[in-house]
Design a binder for this molecule. Structure first.
Ligand SMILES: [Fe+2]
Length: 258
């Protein structure tokens, strides 16, 4: 049975970038669309993004770490590990203040991961950051070699996996003791950290008989208007978000979040 999955993530409260990706994904004609977490945080319109996803139950939505920071009130129970995280917790509290109770409830019910099995014995495993951590303690950063990534994925044997969180799309083909495994990063919609400011998404095709194909795509997007909007909105460091939207790089390159 053939299946086409389209995936995107890390929308972070940014409406026009989401609309650009949604338009491109519609043209791919997917059988299933999957949003791999981080709908909110770091952006001006979290309540709009959550409501759009609530209104489209045919889309599967997985929890992201920043979604949970906001929805689980982590800023009230966790001690921040760094000044950066302290600022992020303040931002999640302000983000939560914009969400309705039903939107918070909906975010709290998002699953940690989903496994799709288009054919018996052929699994596609999707999670926000890693298959064992939502992203507060671990991630698959750009700098990892394929061998290092294969090591971190020992014991997770799906044919193919997809995640978001690190804000730079890629397809890696790992060799795990002779067995091939594909790992796709679909992120990000809202802002990139890999030097290319264009929003991204991924397409995973199951072709039957255990054959998979994966690719990532970038979407043309003029960032200026949305960057200005971020600069002038309620966000405490809107100018940092604006800089990331314009440049496609993390605002403080010496201290990447992972
Ligand atoms: Fe994340």
């Amino acid at each position: 049975m053939k299946m086409r999955y389209c995936l995107y993530s890390d929308i972070h409260g940014q409406i026009p970038q989401l609309e650009a990706v949604e338009a491109a994904v519609a043209k791919e004609n997917p059988d299933k669309t999957i949003v791999i977490g981080d709908l909110v945080g770091l952006g001006p319109d979290p309540e709009v993004i959550v409501q759009r996803m609530m209104d489209r139950p045919e889309i599967d939505v997985i929890a992201g770490n920043v979604d949970l920071w906001a929805a689980q009130r982590l800023d009230e129970t966790m001690t921040p590990k760094s000044p950066h995280q302290e600022g992020m917790f303040r931002m999640s509290a302000m983000t939560r203040g914009r969400l309705s109770d039903s939107q918070i409830d909906w975010l709290l019910k998002r699953p940690f991961s989903i496994t799709y099995t288009p054919e018996q014995g052929h699994d596609f495993h999707v999670y926000h950051a890693t298959p064992y951590d939502i992203g507060d303690a671990d991630a698959f950063p750009f700098r990892l070699t394929d061998d290092e990534l294969a090591d971190k994925l020992k014991g997770f044997d799906a044919d193919i996996m997809a995640h978001g969180h690190i804000h730079g799309p890629s397809v890696r083909n790992l060799d795990k003791d002779g067995k091939k495994q594909t790992v796709v990063c679909a992120a990000a919609v809202g802002m990139s950290w890999d030097g290319d400011p264009r929003p991204a998404y991924a397409v995973v095709d199951y072709l039957g008989d255990g054959k998979w194909e994966a690719r990532t795509e970038r979407v043309d997007f003029d960032p200026e208007e949305q960057a200005k909007y971020n600069e002038n909105c309620w966000l405490e460091h809107g100018e940092r978000i604006a800089g990331m939207i314009r440049s496609g790089t993390f605002w403080n390159p010496d201290h990447m979040p992972h």
